[in-house]
Design a protein around this ligand. Structure first.
Ligand code: ADP
Ligand code: MG
Length: 457
């Protein structure tokens, strides 16, 4: 395999870990590095059509350049061209085969993630058999077991809360999958997020079809709603949910909810809903202890059909304490470096991976939003923060305002102050406008999703 191919495979391997699976498959998988001009540090990347060329250039240029420079710091520019009929070479070297193997494994583990049953919305990768039980989650886990044994009659609703990345989604989806497995088609299970529920309600109200909500949700035997905290303050949705809740509850249908905080701490939640939430079983998931973290690492390796030296696992489990998603992310990256880049795992490399990961997951700040939005639209952060009237920054700035409000609950005057000293009424207008468009305009919705994805990366 020539050097150009090798470089590009490594770049793709790197990027694969940083973007979502669908985005990777859609936009990057068919790319090819066609030329590397070492004299002026320029590489040329080919995409199969003009649309993906534009998209990759606009959205992934920084990532690509970064990954390229990691491999060869002499690279300064990337050109994007269209080349139809891109195909990978059919002749494989031993090295390439090994890479293929590693990549296939990676792909398999990620493919697992996308197996969502269209009827229940449950993802088959979330199984209770893969869920490691420790002191931090044993109460929640026991409650789930009880619910599986006596659906609708024992703990109803079951309300599970805990900080982000501690296993709420895994546990409640695991419950759904177990119920499905145990009772087969006799029981209708539906998993959804409160955001989807809110969207359904808003749509139904707009089209005068609140009957649809009743039809869709009240025929369910086990309704699982993830991240219910977002319902707070959405009055119409709260009313609709209250009725749905009561209707299900009266018929002994099971309701399972997750939230990042206990019912009493959900802002602007109607009192009657709060007391409903507290009326069944409330169980929390807290931070996992060292033994649990280590056990989770081992379980994940086992699932992926591979293993790892104990000292490495111990080192990772020591270093990452507050977020299992992050723990898993670091493990995946270490496996990737070992099997794909063929690197020896040293203390130094581990430190690098760990510090990178905690930098990325460090919580979102207004600055981070400003930077991410600027990068997404390929404008400077000053364009957003200074008082310019350039037309092309209007939309980015409005989106920035919306995200600062939506994700950080910044006050309107504060947002106005940060973004070009705007009046707070301008900010309110922008937030409402973008909020509306997110619901009605697929393109805007897609933009916001991609930006959020980069923010959370
Ligand atoms: P949350 O919904 O609380 O933010 P998730 O359920 O998405 O967290 O969990 C984050 C990641 O950590 C998932 O990949 C999940 O499989 C994994 N995870 C969390 N808790 C456990 C556990 N006890 N055992 C195994 N994996 C876990
Ligand atoms: Mg979750």
């Amino acid at each position: 395999m020539n050097d150009v191919k090798k470089t590009w495979d490594a770049v793709l391997g790197d990027i694969e870990l940083q973007v979502s699976r669908p985005n990777f498959l859609t936009w990057l998988k068919q790319s090819e590095l066609v030329e590397h001009d070492e004299k002026n540090g320029t590489v040329t990347v080919a995409l199969p059509n003009a649309f993906s060329k534009e998209w990759v250039k606009n959205k992934y240029h920084k990532l690509i350049l970064h990954a390229l420079r990691d491999i060869d710091s002499g690279i300064k520019n990337v050109n994007y061209i269209v080349k139809s009929g891109i195909q990978k070479s059919p002749v494989k070297t031993a090295h390439q085969k090994k890479q293929d193997g590693a990549r296939k494994q990676l792909a398999q583990s990620q493919l697992l993630e996308s197996k969502v049953d269209p009827e229940t919305n449950l993802n088959s990768k979330y199984l209770l058999s893969n869920f490691v039980v420790g002191a931090s989650n044993e109460l929640a886990h026991a409650a789930v077991q009880a619910v599986i044994d006596s659906v609708g009659t024992k703990y109803n609703p079951l309300f599970i809360y805990g900080m982000v990345g501690l296993g709420k989604t895994h546990l409640i989806q695991g419950a759904g999958n177990a119920i499905k497995e145990k009772y087969k088609s006799n029981i209708k299970v539906l998993y959804t997020t409160s955001e989807n529920f809110i969207r359904d309600v808003v749509q139904a109200i707009r089209h005068n079809r609140t009957e649809d909500i009743k039809k869709k949700y009240r025929r369910i035997d086990v309704l699982i709603i993830d991240d219910i905290q977002f319902i707070g303050g959405k009055q119409q949705t709260e009313v609709e949910f209250f009725h749905t809740f009561n209707s299900l509850h009266e018929q002994n249908k099971q309701i399972i909810l997750s939230s990042d905080r206990p019912p009493a701490a959900i802002a602007e939640l109607e009192e009657r809903l709060r007391s409903r939430f507290e009326g069944g079983m409330v169980a929390d998931i807290s931070y996992p202890d060292y033994e649990t973290r280590l056990a989770i690492l081992k379980a994940k390796l086992h699932l992926g059909g591979t293993s790892m030296d104990d000292w490495i696992l111990e080192y990772i489990a020591e270093s990452i304490q507050n977020n299992i998603r992050e723990l898993e992310g670091v493990l995946n990256k270490v496996v990737f470096y070992r099997d794909y880049k063929n690197e020896d795992i040293s203390r130094k490399l581990l430190d690098k991976i760990i510090s990178e990961s905690s930098r990325m997951s460090s919580s979102i700040t207004p600055d981070k939003i400003i930077k991410t939005v600027a990068r997404y639209f390929d404008i400077s952060t000053e364009d957003l923060t200074k008082r310019t009237r350039k037309r092309e920054v209007v939309e980015p700035r409005q989106i920035c305002m919306y995200l600062m409000r939506d994700l950080l609950k910044c006050s309107y005057p504060h947002i106005g102050e940060r973004l070009g000293k705007r009046d707070h009424t301008t900010v309110i207008y922008a937030c409402e406008k973008v909020g509306e468009r997110v619901k009605n305009n697929a393109e805007v919705n897609q933009k916001i999703m991609l930006i959020k994805e980069q923010l959370y990366q």
